[in-house]
Write a new protein. Structure first.
Length: 261
């Protein structure tokens, strides 16, 4: 059942969301779901062309969306992107920081450039986007921030850079929630487990496994007996950005099909 978001929020303003890394996978599913809930959505990824499919899906279903090309790790690009979304869709009061990269590499083989790129996108990026969006939320006296962490935050032997950045994102989320709560802004993190995505496909290739076999093996270790879908994460994001979730903040929600060590 679709969860309907109150577009007027607490200040009578139109409902505008920004979803980063929304060209495909989890980000695209979240963008489509928030549009289905009634929000106008700024669909942000590295290029506008990359975002076209998500925007077309939203507008075909009767929603409102704008494709924005920007690297979330670049301050000027983020500032410009948020300003354009505010001008064309309305001041954003919902933010889902989903953009992320996570190539596999052993620590001794990892370059400084790889570490910097992974932490720039996964941690610096959410900082830059959140900082740019926050004034709109504070002006509205209402806002919702959802940061996409990962079960890798508890430790990932294959990606120490990614796991470290995602753990840092949880700390960032909890600090935001405590600082911004007085403005009517909540901040929560979602930590997906194995979700069918470009990243899990890349992991299968790295291990020399057929993707179907990779999923089958993963499902065997998940209590619910299946791997995740992008829509599983989108449903959770839909609730966390709703008016009804106003008393839910400083939380990490594991969308992983079972407990996480």
């Amino acid at each position: 059942m679709t969860h309907q978001v109150n577009l007027t929020g607490q200040a009578g303003r139109p409902g505008t969301a920004i979803v980063t890394g929304a060209a495909r996978g989890i980000g695209a599913a979240v963008a489509r779901r928030l549009a289905r809930d009634g929000l106008a959505v700024g669909v942000l990824d590295l290029s506008e062309q990359d975002c076209a499919g998500t925007v077309e899906a939203i507008t075909a279903a009767g929603g409102s969306a704008l494709a924005i090309g920007a690297d979330v790790a670049h301050e000027a690009a983020v500032t410009t992107a948020v300003a354009r979304i505010a001008a064309e869709l309305g001041p954003p009061t919902v933010l889902v920081n989903n953009a992320g990269v996570g190539p596999r590499a052993d620590l001794v083989e990892m370059t400084t450039e790889q570490w910097d790129r992974v932490t720039d996108v996964n941690l610096r990026g959410p900082f830059l986007v959140t900082r740019a969006v926050c004034p709109h939320m504070i002006d509205a006296g209402w806002g919702r921030i959802v940061n996409m962490s990962s079960i890798s935050a508890v430790g990932d032997a294959a990606r120490v850079d990614y796991g470290s950045a995602k753990a840092g994102l949880i700390g960032f989320t909890k600090s935001l929630a405590r600082q911004l709560g007085r403005h009517g802004i909540t901040a929560n993190a979602i930590a997906p487990g194995f979700v069918v995505s470009d990243m899990t496909r890349a992991s299968a290739r790295h291990l020399g496994l057929d993707f179907a076999e990779f999923q089958r093996r993963a499902a065997e270790s998940i209590p619910v007996g299946r791997v995740g879908r992008p829509e599983d994460v989108a449903h959770t994001a839909s609730y966390l950005v709703s008016v009804e979730a106003g008393f839910v903040s400083v939380q990490v929600v594991y969308v992983a099909g079972g407990p996480v060590d």
